[in-house]
Design a protein around this ligand. Structure first.
Ligand code: 8OZ
Length: 360
């Protein structure tokens, strides 16, 4: 048998993919104010349907889950209808698409939330971080601690978004447990000072993530659920000093659940990874027996190596997909990549969004 390459087809949970060059979730801030994706998003995702799997931009599961200007939602029928056009276009091109379910927790601003609402968080501790509002970058607002008795309805929001994801035609859902948002805030000891069953011990701080995954799996099937984590990510004011204690437990619990995949942010654009963090990522990765998607600064050769070695099922590429809609073909044929224009990453119109041509 020939070794698995970036261009091998395969099955990840219930989903058959045509290659291992996955598209990572990319926040682009081009939805309508009410969270409905615009028509140009259909064209954008359709152009990228040669990816083995598209993981959509982070999508809020409720009004309180929003933390940035013009991000999309999936919590009503209008949202689901607009997403349906996107999944249909991708499926017509023989592509596969999961939606990333997102709750920002404390990474939000009063101006983005319904009147009179405050951001929710494990504890009432403001993030030393900024978010993007109508006025540009602003400090995040003071959050309030979510009450124990509110947690079941929060979990229900994830389940309900998953039901809408099914009706919108998605192949699966990815639970966003990374990058300092709500589920990551529960994991992190500097954000979570709770004294109920959701704070304190490793098991307690992992509980919300796992209960969300179980609720979502119940709705759509574990083989259609992925999860994204960032064990060494300090973005959005996250303390990772006890990651080597908590993440082995989380990886094992995820492995037992036989999910479609675990997707890990192993590095962040522009940040050096200290040796101890590299070792932690590698140790966690080699211990994990399920499907693993590696992400963070991979180029074609490093992607080929990790898939070839069997340490990852696939690699999720982010920025390269912004400016190279036909990334798998460019890798395959050795065509030079186009550099993306950073000034059009977040917000705006078709420019820097749907106007990067395919080279093939
Ligand atoms: C960039 C800008 C805003 C949000 C993440 C959802 O880091 C994001 C995000 C990225 O996961």
């Amino acid at each position: 048998m020939s070794p698995t390459s970036l261009f091998s087809e395969g099955n990840i949970g219930a989903t058959q993919v045509k290659n291992r060059v996955f598209m990572a979730p990319l926040t682009r801030n081009r939805a309508q104010a009410d969270g409905t994706p615009k028509a140009m998003a259909t064209e954008y995702y359709k152009q990228r349907a040669t990816a083995g799997l598209i993981i959509t931009e982070a999508t809020q599961i409720s009004p309180l889950g929003k933390g940035y200007l013009d991000t999309p939602g999936l919590y009503n029928e209008t949202h689901a209808e607009a997403w349906k056009a996107i999944t249909s276009a991708v499926h017509q091109q023989n592509g596969k698409i999961f939606i990333q379910l997102w709750h920002v927790g404390r990474i939000s601003h009063l101006s983005l939330l319904p009147k009179g609402e405050q951001p929710i968080a494990p504890s009432a501790i403001r993030a030393n971080s900024q978010t993007f509002t109508e006025k540009g970058f602003e400090d995040t607002s003071d959050p309030r601690a979510i009450k124990s008795e509110e947690i079941p309805s929060l979990i229900e929001q994830y389940r309900s978004a998953t039901r809408l994801a099914k009706s919108a035609g998605f192949d699966g859902v990815e639970v966003h447990g990374a990058n300092g948002y709500l589920l990551n805030q529960f994991i992190a000891s500097n954000c979570n000072k709770r004294t109920d069953a959701y704070g304190g011990t490793i098991e307690n701080r992992s509980r919300l993530l796992l209960e969300v995954i179980d609720a979502v799996s119940n709705e759509i099937g574990a083989e259609k659920v992925g999860v994204r984590l960032s064990p060494i990510g300090q973005f959005n004011d996250i303390d990772v000093s006890d990651s080597s204690e908590i993440y082995p437990y989380i990886y094992k619990e995820l492995e037992n659940r036989k999910l479609a995949y675990l997707h890990v942010v192993e590095a962040f654009p522009g940040a050096d990874v200290p040796e101890a963090h590299k070792t932690l990522i590698e140790n966690l990765r080699s211990s994990f027996k399920g499907n693993y998607i590696a992400n963070g600064g991979y180029d074609k050769d490093r992607g080929q190596d990790i898939v070839n070695s069997g340490l990852a099922f696939a690699v999720a590429y982010g920025r390269p997909y912004i400016s190279n809609p036909d990334l798998p073909a460019r890798f395959d044929k050795g065509i030079a990549l186009t550099e993306p224009d950073q000034s059009t990453f977040y917000g705006g119109n078709e420019t820097g969004y749907t106007d990067y041509p395919a080279a093939t």
